[in-house]
Design a protein around this ligand. Structure first.
Ligand code: IPD
Ligand code: CA
Ligand code: CA
Length: 265
């Protein structure tokens, strides 16, 4: 494992400890609403501090983009951090959430760790070296067509500008597939896709920290990740389709008629 992936793993485990320490007493947490349906707790902040501390000790000159504290300047290496992905689940006591940490060099993702502290599953990837779940190599599923595929998604719950278009997409996916799942942590959705537990995934309006790490893990497991039009602007736009290569291709075609005009860049 390359040294930066090792640091990502160490930081994710630290944050995992913070997150699990509070999970059985969530009723005692101080919670604020950042905007409609967007909650943040002291756990998100404490986990983020633990991650940044670990990274800073190893790489004091790297830049950081973290969900709760924003951008910290540095050199051409940038860490992209979501200290708790799936906060809504977490605050309801629903055990589906993760910690997501990616490292980007210029425009290229080079290291990633996503940690599920409930199952103690650590997903990692280093560019060019494949993806792992704990010590086991990951490979996307070999599902050949959309018919019969299991597809993950995220249902819009904050920004509902494109709810109608999203529902059109959902209908198109419901028709032919084996079923749709909405687990509630985008970072883990990508990892489950990388592990062959789902065959495809799409969501609109994500932030880079939700899926930067997951994207590298999917790619290194042999999968495809694109923006909603099949292009490569997913991290900027937050509108993403991922899958094994064949399911991904079919999803791009099936979703195309429902892509809103504003997303046609
Ligand atoms: C959210 C989760 C969720 C996705 C949302 C994200 P958060 O992240 O990844 O699955 O549907 O769009 O914002 O707010 O829990 O870190
Ligand atoms: Ca998130
Ligand atoms: Ca978060």
């Amino acid at each position: 494992m390359n040294p930066t992936t090792n640091i990502a793993v160490r930081a994710a485990r630290e944050a995992g400890r913070v997150v699990m320490r509070y999970f059985n007493r969530i009723e005692t947490l101080a919670i604020t609403e950042k905007q409609t349906n967007d909650y943040v707790s002291e756990v998100d902040r404490a986990a983020e501090d633990a991650i940044i501390d670990t990274i800073r000790r190893a790489y004091p000159h790297h830049a950081i983009l973290a969900e709760e504290s924003g951008a910290h300047d540095g050199n051409e290496y940038q860490w992209i951090i979501d200290p708790l992905d799936g906060t809504t689940n977490y605050l309801h006591g629903l055990p589906q959430f993760s910690i997501s940490i990616a490292l980007q060099h210029r425009d290229e993702l080079i290291s990633a760790a996503v940690y599920d502290p409930v199952r103690d599953e650590m997903f990692t990837a280093s560019r060019g070296n494949g993806a792992l779940l704990n010590d086991r190599r990951l490979r996307v599923s070999d599902q050949k067509i959309l018919k019969g595929a299991l597809i993950g998604t995220g249902i819009p719950f904050r920004d509902q500008r494109y709810l109608d278009e999203y529902l059109g997409m959902l209908k198109a996916m419901v028709k032919d597939t084996a079923g749709i799942r909405r687990p509630g942590s985008a970072a883990l959705d990508f990892c489950w896709l990388a592990a062959g537990r789902m065959d495809g995934f799409w969501e609109l309006g994500l932030s880079a920290w939700d899926f930067a790490a997951g994207s590298l893990i999917v790619r290194e497991a042999g999968g495809a990740v694109s923006d909603i039009r099949g292009g490569s602007r997913q991290l900027e736009s937050g509108n993403v389709i991922a899958g094994n290569v064949r399911v991904h291709r079919e999803m791009v075609q099936r979703l195309a008629p429902h892509v809103p005009e504003a997303m046609r860049f």
